[in-house]
Design a protein. Structure first.
Length: 300
């Protein structure tokens, strides 16, 4: 089964001094120049989930593996990683540079009512890599350089500034990759959609063959949210363009693909984790959504 890298393991793997704030409720933030960790001296990193978020400026040829996606970077890109989706970076040449920052949800959520998972770039199933036009590379580099300077300063409120700089990076990425929204979606629909998404994501990632999702139907979610199932369907359709059942199925397929590719669990175990009591039902569901059987997808 895939390993989940903790902040402590990240610092040990990079041979860095462990910051004093790790494990504290206020959350954690740090920023680095990638040149310290790339090139022929770099250690290959395993495909894994992390228990923190990461935003990176990537300059150089790289190949990223995210759950069911493979994305090649030829020049410059911003990469957005979240704790729900496992990933790995494979450098394709020695000429690498860039910056990255890491942070926990608590670092933002204590000061902002908006959770990071509400931003499109951090949603599972979204596009985690944003390619940068040449005109945007310098502004992004300058923002990371501001972060590096600030984190080493003795300014009392430096983490407020760092939070703002990180938010500016997130908004840069969203501006470069606008997400299409339904023009009909109202504040109420958006609120219900956000609550539904949060409830859905709490069931993932699947980390053990004994773990099983509990909410699998539109009625299950409507009951948890204390709304009529028809109202939930309409709100999600307005906000996302998809029905409740489609959104649930999409997330189950995404998790199924990750488990098939990156664990050695058998197909029936994976089906059980995703709420399918009979292996045949899981096989039929997966084939309907992907046109492949689970075993064919795993072998591809």
């Amino acid at each position: 089964m895939e390993k989940i890298q903790s902040l402590e393991e990240f610092y040990r793997a990079k041979q860095l001094t462990m910051p004093a704030d790790i494990g504290k409720e206020v959350g954690h933030f740090n920023v680095f120049n990638s040149e310290e960790f790339v090139g022929h001296h770099a250690k290959p990193l395993p495909y894994s989930r992390k228990d923190f978020y990461k935003v990176a400026l990537v300059s150089g040829r790289n190949r990223y593996y995210f759950a069911d996606k493979t994305i090649d970077v030829e020049e410059h890109a911003l990469m957005f990683a979240n704790p729900q989706v496992p990933y790995q970076c494979e450098p394709l040449d020695e000429d690498q540079s860039g910056y990255f920052c890491i942070f926990t949800d608590a670092f933002f959520h204590h000061f902002n009512a908006t959770r990071l998972t509400e931003f499109p770039l951090f949603r599972p199933g979204g596009q985690p890599v944003v390619f940068l036009p040449s005109s945007q590379v310098r502004p992004v580099r300058e923002l990371f350089e501001k972060m590096l300077a600030e984190i080493h300063s003795d300014y009392t409120y430096k983490y407020d500034l760092l939070r703002n700089y990180a938010m500016e990076l997130i908004h840069m990425g969203m501006k470069l990759q606008p997400i299409a929204l339904s023009p009909a979606h109202s504040n109420a629909a958006s609120r219900i959609s956000s609550l539904f998404s949060d409830l859905l994501e709490r069931q993932f990632p699947i980390e053990s063959p004994m773990q099983q999702v509990n909410l699998r139907t539109a009625i299950d979610f409507a009951s948890q949210l204390s709304v009529h199932v028809n109202h939930l369907n309409k709100a999600l359709k307005d906000a996302t363009g998809k029905s409740t059942s489609e959104l649930i199925a999409d997330r189950l397929v995404q998790e199924a693909k990750a488990l098939l590719k990156h664990t050695d669990w058998n197909v029936s175990e994976i089906g059980y984790c995703l709420g399918f009591q009979e292996p045949a039902h899981f096989n039929n569901f997966f084939k309907k959504k992907t046109q492949l059987t689970p075993r064919t997808f795993r072998a591809a």
